[in-house]
Design a protein around this ligand. Structure first.
Ligand SMILES: [Zn+2]
Length: 330
């Protein structure tokens, strides 16, 4: 080995578990994990979602008992998704901000019991419209952007009024970040509520289990007109820059693992913003399926997946593995 250059000898730097841990620019911490929760309108629901291993649809009456041990283990943030199963849907997503609806009820219950738990709310109309699209439609079935954005901003402000700490619009409508930010400012929440934009949300095959969970497949067509094509690196970069300019406080990339290059781009383009990525339902289900098939150990693969996201530049990870990581990082 005398012929090796001194600078070629790398293994001395990572031979011990402690020095291995120093090789990351940043370490995983519990506060990097945000847990997605599906809240349904049956207040006593606790229903397993078959395609999303171990995850449930929760009724508001079951939330406190479920969250209590997680908060004790260090859960610091959740993101709420409304799953209306029995409400009357309409063309404008009326039930989205019903004060008696599951999301607003859940916000109030969580705040009252866990005042330090950070609550983000997904804002989208597709679970609440009778056609299943994320906005208000023209006669010909295409999205009518302007009234859609106005309605989305209205829902966002109503979640803020209920006590949400963070508004996370997932619809990808043009102009909605500016409209929501304006709406929050005008309603007195400009300096109280974080705006987290699903800036680069790709049309992915990995949303299947989520649609099972949320019952949100559109009644006709698909959402490809507003979600990005998987090849669209340039559009993603433009959307990230636009959302920064329109006032987003956090930028998000979704899904995560097939889009690590976009996460790295976002880290460069929005280097002064926290950067979130969503390890979506299909990624979670895929990791579980591989582990069940004996391809790898679940825990090892879960770590490897989120470590790749942090390495790419993410500072916040939305994942169904959050409860496990609270244990694994203890
Ligand atoms: Zn939607």
């Amino acid at each position: 080995m005398a012929s090796l250059d001194i600078s070629s000898v790398l293994q001395g730097g990572y031979q011990h578990p402690v020095s291995r841990s120093w090789q990351g620019r940043r370490q995983l911490t519990k506060s990097m994990f945000m847990y997605p929760l599906f809240i349904t309108d049956d207040p006593d629901a606790s229903v397993l979602i078959p395609s999303l291993p171990g995850q449930r649809r929760w009724g508001v009456n079951k939330l406190v008992a479920f969250l209590e041990p997680l908060v004790k283990k260090g859960l610091s943030s959740v993101i709420l998704f409304g799953v209306p199963l029995s409400c009357t849907k309409d063309g404008r997503g009326g039930p989205a901000d019903d004060v008696d609806g599951p999301v607003i009820q859940a916000i109030k219950i969580i705040i009252a019991r866990f005042p330090n738990l950070y609550i983000a709310c997904d804002v989208c109309l597709c679970e609440y419209t009778d056609h299943g699209h994320c906005g208000i439609l023209n006669q010909d079935g295409t999205i009518n952007t302007e009234p859609s954005v106005e309605r989305i901003a209205e829902v966002a402000v109503n979640y803020a009024k209920a006590g949400a700490h963070c508004i996370a619009p997932s619809d990808m409508m043009d102009g909605r970040i500016k409209a929501i930010k304006r709406g929050l400012i005008d309603a007195g929440y400009g300096n109280k509520v974080t705006l987290m934009s699903y800036s680069a949300k790709f049309a992915s095959s990995l949303y299947g289990p989520f649609r099972d969970a949320a019952g949100s497949a559109p009644s006709f067509g698909d959402r490809k007109c507003y979600q990005l094509p998987p090849t669209a690196k340039g559009l993603a970069r433009r959307a990230i820059l636009r959302d920064v300019a329109e006032g987003a406080d956090i930028i998000m990339v979704k899904p995560a693992l097939p889009y690590l290059d976009i996460i790295a781009d976002a880290a460069e383009l929005a280097s002064d913003h926290p950067l979130a990525c969503y390890q979506v339902s299909g990624e979670f289900a895929m990791i579980h399926a591989g582990a069940a098939a004996g391809v790898y150990e679940l825990r090892n693969m879960a770590f490897e997946s989120v470590e790749s996201m942090v390495r790419a530049g993410a500072t916040l990870i939305l994942t169904y593995f959050t409860p496990e990581f609270l244990d694994w990082l203890s």
